[in-house]
Design a protein around this ligand. Structure first.
Ligand SMILES: [Zn+2]
Length: 238
């Protein structure tokens, strides 16, 4: 597995956003249109489908590299609707797998045996509208199991770190986050909630991002500090 330094991931994400700005001929403002980055820049498409889970397991989404496809698990649709930031981060995570770890030059045609390409897709109507389903795969339990295996493949810790950093860098670009963060007092939770709303992210994703950029640091008892140093300084007084 390739190793990426954070700085390289930040730069790659910034390059992708710049590419979308060229396509849109306009500068990006939060919330970053993550679907457009996937579709217009990375050439990916989205599929909502049922991805079975084992007891105690949560699978938010998967990637099918051969199809340039991110499969979002329908099972969590309600949760995603309640937490759009989670949906956006999940998409960014899968995009990170694609952009950082899939060897796109060696992707050929889908290699699942015995599939007639013309019959691979079908449409069905769901609450979210017309969705593409992998009808051929669904009809053949063995092939579907193989597909799910690919999607479920556990992330190596390094890969998970890298794709989560990529997701954060895409939906919370450091320039835009810094611009917004310096205008408010980031040590007050209500300001952070507003910031999270603006960027379309969960409060926890924002908090991690601000910490990564050393804009705020979460100390004990959910107390917020302007920096790690300030946090350490404060704590040593008690
Ligand atoms: Zn993953």
């Amino acid at each position: 597995v390739k190793f990426y330094r954070n700085e390289r991931i930040e730069q790659l994400a910034e390059r992708r956003l710049a590419e979308l700005e060229r396509v849109l001929e306009a500068p990006l403002q939060p919330p970053i249109p993550i679907d457009l980055v996937a579709e217009q820049v990375l050439g990916l498409n989205f599929l909502w489908d049922d991805i079975p889970e084992l007891p105690g397991e949560t699978v938010f989404a998967g990637l099918i590299p051969e199809k340039h496809q991110i499969v979002m698990n329908e099972r969590h649709k309600e949760l995603f609707e309640r937490k759009p930031g989670l949906e956006r981060f999940t998409k960014g995570h899968e995009m990170g797998h694609w952009d950082l770890f899939v060897d796109q030059s060696h992707l050929g045609q889908p290699t699942l045996p015995g599939l007639n390409p013309e019959h691979r897709f079908a449409y069905k109507t769901s609450s979210s509208g017309r969705v593409q389903v992998l009808s051929a795969l669904l009809r053949d339990p063995d092939k579907y199991a193989f597909l799910l295996d690919l999607q479920r493949r556990r992330d190596q810790p390094n890969e998970a770190r890298a794709v989560n950093r990529y997701a954060a860098a895409l939906i919370m670009p450091r320039t835009l986050i810094r611009q917004a963060a310096v205008q408010v007092d980031c040590t007050h939770w209500p300001n952070l909630y507003r910031l999270a709303e603006t960027f379309g992210v969960t409060i926890s994703a924002l908090r991690v991002r601000l910490d990564q950029l050393n804009l705020v640091h979460l100390g004990d008892q959910k107390r917020l500090y302007a920096s790690k140093e300030a946090g350490v300084g404060q704590q040593s007084l008690w």
